[in-house]
Design a binder for this molecule. Sequence first.
Ligand code: 13P
Length: 336
Amino acid sequence: MNIEQLQSTIKAITASGKGILAADESTGTITKRFKSINLESTEESRRAYRDLLFTTVDLEKYVSGIILFEETLKQQALDGTPFPKLLADRGIVPGIKVDKGLIANESAPEEKTTQGLDGLPERLAEYKALGARFAKWRVVYNVTDTFPSRIAIHINAEQLARYAAICQSQGIVPIVEPEVLMDGDHSIEQCAVATEHVLDHVFDSLAKHHVISEYIILKPSMVIAGKDHNKQASIEQVAEETIKILKRKVPAAVPTINFLSGGQSNEAATQHLNTMNQLSNTPWNLSFSYGRALQSSALKTWGGQKENVKAAQQQLLKRAQLNSLATLGKYEENME
Ligand code: 13P
């Protein structure tokens, strides 16, 4: 294990006022996103879009790391520079999504698990040689009256721990991402119970697999009601419940918690993060690792048209800047 590499990556990622841009949509997911702007998803259109994101002037002031999909890690920017080099030259740490996506969970047929552990050490070595310094593995949990089931919680926790142990052994910082999904009509209370169980098992498994807490990035969902629930909680309630559950289950040794946005609106994702940073002294850095909440307005503004690149980059920069302020508890609604 190369502790110095792990330490320096954590230090770079947790720089004050900065967070992570999740730009690691799989081919299937980015194709869905492009469909919303009537754009065909091809290797070239995906390359053009990632080029737009990564060449945004001043992005490095607010973004310390970017998670890439494997195809992007191996692609070149429009000027011919390999994407990981372009990012590293700007002082942005390149990361890589290493899970191979969701599959049916044979032990819990209506729930999902994640694949990709086979051959992971070899793939990580290759990604590292290409410039990746941190990785991501996402597991998901549905919330209903009966889910997430005990077996789904157990299997996902074991996977995250095995993945994280492999990453650390190779000097790669693992993003540990247990996402309690917003899909459905569950209440914030149900989400709180599910999140607490999930985190309990995740940290138990991480410890059993000798994963060092100091060298992980936790990427959780917030404690929030399902999208279809008839009563949405206030910004303050989401912030308070999220911090309450995290304080119960996340070791103080974990350096940083970088939330996913999970389908929240741009503004809600920023407000929640801001309020959490205003609320209380927590032992961890509290920041973002947003995908949609950073990208959606930029994607819409771009619309696949070259002449819209600058305007789209302004949209990305604006969300990055506002979320940067939120990591400091200094965001205000009138800045929108
Ligand atoms: P969202 O912020 O859009 O949820 O994406 C973050 C992510 O990386 C999901 O795995």
